[in-house]
Design a protein around this ligand. Structure first.
Ligand code: NFK
Length: 249
């Protein structure tokens, strides 16, 4: 099912039958990916006295209540409302869902006790490419990322200059396979979040950050169309399902 997309002056083809899902599924399990010191997400049947809302227990339906945190428990997309006093909702600010994206792979650099992604690394990977979105895969890239327990592990983050560079390149959507673009314990400085969303100037309300993605190794670096879909929560962040389609010519 090949479709041709007129993108500015270019005609780009993708195969809609070959979606590449880069989200992490959310499961009610202690092995679900986790960050920010919360317990595992819960998916439990509604109960009313002796009645349990599962077909195996005699109900005519399965009817679960789900408890999770979008920032902690899986792939999620956030807008500037994540760090502002004014409440901005991702559902009000992400209004388009198809973007030209570049998938890049970086091996984080050691900086003191930390591992970081630098501006230089992004410059090297992106060059003069003009994209709406950048998808960052960090090395090493194993399926252990689907179940990693990130709390208190000081995960890799983006240096402020790297986030500033992406803003200056007018990258609207930043996707990364880490729990945050900032250092886990940074006394709430949130330098990269602030730089990317330009909180000291005109807020980039249409810019989003998607965290806790997983880009499988069979997905090569290069040019893709990104379909970025969220669940329609009115909240700073929502669980999301980014799908890539390789640009075939
Ligand atoms: N770095 C902050 C915490 C933080 O960034 C955070 C805390 C809870 C949930 C999400 C967070 N940041 C996500 O990008 C701090 O040091 O307190």
């Amino acid at each position: 099912m090949i479709t041709t997309i007129q993108y500015n002056s270019r005609k780009l083809q993708i195969d809609l039958l070959k979606p590449l899902d880069i989200s992490i599924p959310m499961r009610a399990s202690t092995s679900n990916v986790n960050a920010w010191y919360l317990d595992a997400p819960k998916i439990e049947p509604v109960k009313n006295g002796d009645w349990i809302a599962t077909v195996k227990d005699g109900a005519c339906i399965n009817f679960n209540t789900i408890e999770f945190n979008p920032h902690a428990h899986g792939t999620h997309t956030e807008c500037v409302g994540h760090i502002t006093e004014n409440v901005y909702s991702i559902n009000q600010n992400l209004k388009q869902f198809f973007f030209l994206a570049e998938v890049i792979t970086v091996a984080p650099e050691k900086l003191g006790e930390d591992f970081v992604i630098s501006k230089k690394q992004l410059q090297f990977a992106l060059g003069n490419k003009k994209r709406d979105a950048v998808v960052i895969r960090t090395m090493p890239n194993t399926t252990e990322k689907l179940s990693r327990q990130y709390s208190h592990t000081n995960p890799t983050y983006l240096l402020e200059a790297a986030a500033l560079y992406l803003k200056q390149k007018d990258i609207k959507h930043l996707l990364i396979d880490l729990p945050s673009v900032d250092k886990e314990k940074d006394e709430c400085r949130l330098l990269s979040h602030n730089a990317f969303w330009n909180t000291k100037g005109k807020l980039r309300l249409d810019a989003t950050i998607t965290e806790l993605i997983y880009v499988p190794n069979h997905v090569e670096d290069g040019e893709y169309f990104l379909n970025l879909q969220i669940a329609p929560f009115e909240n700073d962040a929502s669980p999301s399902k980014p799908i890539l389609y390789k640009v075939i010519n």
